[in-house]
Design a protein around this ligand. Sequence first.
Ligand SMILES: Nc1ncnc2c1ncn2[C@@H]1O[C@H](COP(=O)(O)OP(=O)(O)OP(=O)(O)O)[C@@H](O)[C@H]1O
Length: 305
Amino acid sequence: MTAIDVRGLRKSHQGFEAVKGISFEVAEGEIFALLGRNGAGKTTTVEVLAGFQRADAGTVRVLGLDPWADRAAVRGRTGVMLQEAGFFPDLTVAQTIDTWRGFTSAPRPRDEALELAGLTAKAGTRVRQLSGGEKRRLDLALALLGRPDLLFLDEPTAGMDPEARAATWAVVRDLARQGTTILLTTHYLDEAQRLASRLAIMDAGRVVAGGDMAETLAAHAGKVSFRMPAHIPPGDLPLPVTVEHGRAVCRAEDPDLAAQTLLTWAAARGLRLEGLEVRPATLEDLFMESATLTTAATESTEQPR
Ligand SMILES: Nc1ncnc2c1ncn2[C@@H]1O[C@H](COP(=O)(O)OP(=O)(O)OP(=O)(O)O)[C@@H](O)[C@H]1O
């Protein structure tokens, strides 16, 4: 079943169109990544989906409901971790969770929420004394209190150290395994690549790329790179390369095959390809490429006629 269905969504802020007619679907139990540069419109989209803002145009269905008209019903079944949480700085972590439990129907026990977010040791600490990453974890604990069917996570691991990030990923994966649908925004592309099975990349209010994560990456060129052998002009290599910081970089849809071709060529000449690296496309390659494409498209439409 479809947990989120967005068609032609538009949303302006004081005359500025932050979201310009986007469409995407998220299946139940799926982890979906919404990616894009600063100001792309991700938070605006999440706020509409979570029922905090009303869409200007388009249709939006969340768990089969209109998130604005049916926002009480949607809120009861969703957990939201937005970028700026409004905590009371003088409350302890445990008191904060207890306060939120009071607003939540059938909440998780406090200790379970603390444990899930890795905050058990900080239960007695005042919110003002938490680090940035610990505050994000408290946000996560609060978003999980109502055992939501759908979780919106807006940059959930911003400011977390690597260990806390890994622990958060484990929690997110576990929740998805148990059937929770998760829509995640993040600037950490490795995070999106590890967690999400589908994605949409937004740029300037539009979706510019997306679909199934594995298929999307497989459709993109991987990279073979090595230190450029001395005295060999790049044009002599059997495949086209660019030279970046003394390394030859060859982009290829099948990087293993490209590496074989290059190694065979080198062996025939008694050369070694020092520091050879072969890797499939990463989300970062795809992201940089789609950003370049949209920048070029914007620039070309802005040319004087
Ligand atoms: N309340 C508002 N009033 C005016 N403009 C706004 C408001 N909220 C967002 N915007 C503008 O809309 C655009 C999209 O913002 P949004 O926060 O949705 O982007 P984002 O993709 O989440 O960015 P980031 O990665 O920086 O969080 C930005 O240009 C932003 O300045």
